[in-house]
Write a protein that binds this ligand. Structure first.
Ligand code: SF4
Length: 208
């Protein structure tokens, strides 16, 4: 897709979702990183119900690195995959203490060395915690929309992101990270896309 057409689509979606933003609650880069880890295979609403009790006790790498694993597991149980997530939360905290002076690093290259943080999470952390978007986080919504609208024919998130980055100017990375997810939740859902109500009906290739 030509960049001009991408911009038309993005501007239409921005108009449709003027309040689109990250729906995870956090107060620091560390809380952001943990919330993103918990959001894998879990809704943001459920993560937001879980993190207040977790962060009341363990809101720094020091505290979480020393937390009893079984207590972390109990606290995050509602988010699913709690054993793996709790283990990664501790390992990530230890890594941040050991290699990054106790601070969540602010580059993609460093972030992806942290246990439990892949490229998608690193993109979200760069945008939400540091207000410095470096790419586009390809989650299930962004993947579906990219395929349907015609941005990418690929299925692997990394390849879809590369296709998106070629077609979308950098100044729109922040918007795209938010509006695609909101559009996926509200109109272009997996099972029942409401194409007749869609603000980008005329621009979408509707590839199903
Ligand atoms: S026209 Fe349909 S397929 Fe295309 S973005 Fe809108 S809802 Fe999704």
């Amino acid at each position: 897709m030509k960049k001009e057409n991408s911009i038309i689509i993005i501007e239409k979606l921005k108009k449709a979702y003027p309040d689109a933003k990250c729906s995870l609650d956090f107060k620091s880069p560390f809380e952001m990183m943990i919330a993103v880890m918990l959001s894998a295979q879990c809704t943001d609403d459920r993560v937001n119900l879980t993190t207040p009790a977790l962060f009341a006790k363990y809101n720094t790498p020091e505290k979480m690195a020393n937390a009893p694993l079984d207590e972390l597991e109990k606290l995050i149980h509602p988010c699913g995959f709690y054993k793996n997530k709790a283990k990664n939360m501790k390992l990530a905290s230890q890594k941040i203490l050991k290699d990054f002076d106790g601070n969540v690093p602010n580059t993609i290259e460093e972030l992806i060395t942290i246990p439990g943080v892949g490229r998608k999470s690193a993109n979200v952390i760069m945008l939400e915690a540091f207000n410095n978007p470096q790419g586009i986080a390809v989650d299930t919504h962004v993947k579906r929309l990219s395929n349907r609208i015609g941005f990418s024919k690929k299925t692997e998130p990394e390849k879809i992101e590369q296709d998106l980055l070629k077609q979308i100017p950098k100044e729109y990375y922040k918007d795209v990270n938010h509006i695609f997810i909101w559009h996926g939740r509200n109109i272009c859902s997996a099972r029942n896309p409401k194409c007749k109500e869609c603000p980008i009906f005329d621009n979408c290739k509707k590839i199903f």
